[in-house]
Design a protein around this ligand. Structure first.
Ligand code: PLP
Length: 374
């Protein structure tokens, strides 16, 4: 009996992208092979982490890098690094920050659903701006002796980048503070692997289990040698705030292998392939009355997506109901129903051989049914 037969779980065709609640992304073959290979030997894990970090830094072209448990784990480690740096007593004390600078300055429009992870280490947000605007002076005026770092978010759907990263960095560095960046889902484009570092961020987190297609539990934390070392000291396997965020040697090996293939893949070819896949879906549903659908590839859509919007004369159920119906059918289809617009989004990243036709047909059938008032 196969292990999956022992579990009463129904698989899902994932046409909604690398969302953790729908299993993230499919690990690359090279990642699975690397995990198998690494399982055959034992290592000193400190040495393994340092070497894996060097390999990752080289692949990215970053000064330094290390590994975290997802980008979420990276945010915990970033904040710990900013608060405790390399002080063994402070590292051991977190999340108790008595006597330590622990304010994390964040522009109000950079607040996002994952940001409480920055607080796990004992940090505290000091918000600046009013959510729509923020000036460099407001950021600088918020800095005092209790400031540990400035946070910067790079994410789809983020608007109003009023204080550009370079300017934030300039302010932070003038006060000997780091800029901590969450860029979890900003890959591809591959150029982002270096962009935020080139703009001066001291630590940048990426998910290993989204576009890179490494093990789902992994994250890349890239930065300057000084700040990556602070991060490493505050990270597993050391007994500190991130000790529970363990990443195995198999997962680390898998991440290095996946990243290797990710950076070597021709982005133009890849984009063309995804774009053709999504155009096929668009062609299948474009005639459904009351919707607009097109292939979109921009800052909010890291690879070409088929984006379905409902016009004012749409009389059917809303996107969440259509999402629910697709998940309730056979086979179950997951399409993304999040994002600020009332849209359904199809993402080709996880669509496997033979699944695209099924996705297009099921989405078309559900939309046609819904449009006719069923
Ligand atoms: C996905 C995401 C995370 C979490 O990343 P994991 O690798 O799943 O832990 C954090 N921040 C942002 C902005 C994200 O998009």
């Amino acid at each position: 009996m196969s292990v999956l037969d022992r579990l009463d779980v129904e698989p899902v065709i994932n046409a909604g992208g690398p969302n953790t609640k729908h299993s993230g992304s499919r690990p690359r073959e090279v990642a699975m092979e690397a995990m198998q290979e690494a399982s055959g030997q034992f290592y000193n894990i400190d040495e393994f982490i340092i070497e894996a970090g060097k390999a990752i830094a080289e692949l990215i072209g970053a000064p330094a890098a290390t590994i975290t448990s997802g980008a979420s784990g990276g945010l915990v480690v970033q904040a710990a690094a900013a608060i405790a740096r390399d002080d063994p007593d402070k590292i051991a004390a977190l999340p108790n920050t008595d006597g330590m600078a622990n304010d994390l300055i964040i522009q109000k429009h950079h607040r996002f659903i994952y940001d409480h992870l920055y607080l796990t280490s004992g940090g505290r947000f000091k918000e600046v701006g009013d959510g729509a605007t923020c000036s460099p002076d407001e950021v600088e005026d918020a800095i005092d002796e209790n400031t540990a770092a400035i946070i910067h978010l790079e994410s789809p759907y983020k608007r109003n980048d009023i204080v550009p990263l370079e300017q934030l960095v300039e302010i932070a560095h003038r006060h000997d503070l780091p800029v901590l960046c969450d860029a979890a889902s900003m890959l591809p484009p591959r150029s982002n692997l270096k962009l935020f570092l080139d703009q001066g961020a001291d630590l940048v987190s990426f998910s290993g289990g989204k576009g890179i297609r490494g093990p789902q539990s992994t994250g890349v934390l890239a930065g300057t040698p000084e700040w990556v070392e602070y991060a490493r000291l505050n990270n597993f396997p050391n007994v500190g705030i991130a000790r529970a965020q363990k990443v195995s040697k198999e997962e680390m090996a898998g991440l290095v292998a996946a990243l290797g293939e990710f950076v070597e893949t021709d982005e133009e070819d890849e984009t063309k392939r995804y774009s053709e896949m999504m155009q096929m879906v668009v062609d299948q549903i474009i005639e459904v009355p009351g919707i607009a659908v097109s292939v979109v590839h921009d800052r909010d859509h890291y690879i070409p997506h088929a984006v379905i919007s409902f016009s004012s004369d749409w009389r059917g159920p809303d996107r969440d109901e259509i999402h629910r119906r697709l998940m309730a059918g056979t086979p179950r289809i997951y399409v993304a129903n999040y994002g600020p617009e009332r849209q359904l989004v199809i993402d080709p990243l996880n669509i496997q051989e033979g699944e695209l036709e099924i996705v297009a047909e099921r989405v078309r059938n559900e939309l046609v049914k819904a449009a006719s008032g069923e």
